[in-house]
Design a protein around this ligand. Sequence first.
Ligand SMILES: Cc1cc2nc3c(=O)[nH]c(=O)nc-3n(C[C@H](O)[C@H](O)[C@H](O)COP(=O)(O)OP(=O)(O)OC[C@H]3O[C@@H](n4cnc5c(N)ncnc54)[C@H](O)[C@@H]3O)c2cc1C
Length: 164
Amino acid sequence: MRTIPVEDFNRIEEIIISCKICHVGMVDQSGIPYVLPMNFGYKEGVIYLHSAQEGSSISILEFNPNICITFCTDTKLLWQNEEVACSYRMNCESAICHGKVVFEEDFDEKVKALNIIMSQYSSREFSYSDPSVNNVKIWKVNIDKYSAKVFGAPGKKPSIFTSK
Ligand SMILES: Cc1cc2nc3c(=O)[nH]c(=O)nc-3n(C[C@H](O)[C@H](O)[C@H](O)COP(=O)(O)OP(=O)(O)OC[C@H]3O[C@@H](n4cnc5c(N)ncnc54)[C@H](O)[C@@H]3O)c2cc1C
C-alpha cells in the first residue's frame, strides 16, 4: 500500500483534530500492553483526556505514565480491480503521539481541560458542577514524539480507483 510520511506538525494537528476518538496504549507492571478507545481534546501540543478517578488504566499509569496515542481519520476503501485482493487499499491518515501522562489536580485547570475536550465535539459552551469536576480525572499529555502517514493515497491516475 502506498504510504506518504507527514512531517509538517500543522498537518499532524489537522489529523488529530479531525478524529472523534483516539486509542491510548500503555504498558502495565508485567509488561503487558493495554489499549483503550477514548475521547480527547487537543490544544497547542497537548492532548487532554478524562476518566474516572480509579480503574485499571489509572493503576497502570501511576506505575508507568508513558503512553502512545494513535489517531486515525475516517477511512475510505479503494481498489483498482474489484476482483483482485491485492489491489484493495484503505485511504486514511494516521498519527502516533508519545508522551507522559500528568494528572491535573487544580480545579480551574481541570475546567479548562474539560472545555478543551468538549470543544472537540461541540461549539456550545458548558458549565460543570463542582462534584463533576472533583470526580473526574484529567490526563494531560505533552506530545514528546510524533509521526504521521497518509495511507492508500491514489496514484497518478486516481480515476482508475473505485470506492465504497
Ligand atoms: C468510543 C469510546 C470512547 C471512550 N471515551 C472514554 C473517555 O474519554 N474516558 C474514559 O474514561 N473512558 C472512555 N471510554 C471507555 C474506555 O475505553 C474504558 O472502558 C474506560 O476508561 C475504563 O477503563 P479502565 O482501564 O478504568 O477499565 P476498568 O473499569 O478497570 O475495566 C476492567 C476490565 O474491563 C475491560 N475493559 C475496560 N475498558 C474496555 C473497553 N473499552 N473495551 C473492552 N474491554 C474493556 C478490561 O479488560 C479491563 O481490565 C470510551 C470508550 C469508547 C468505546
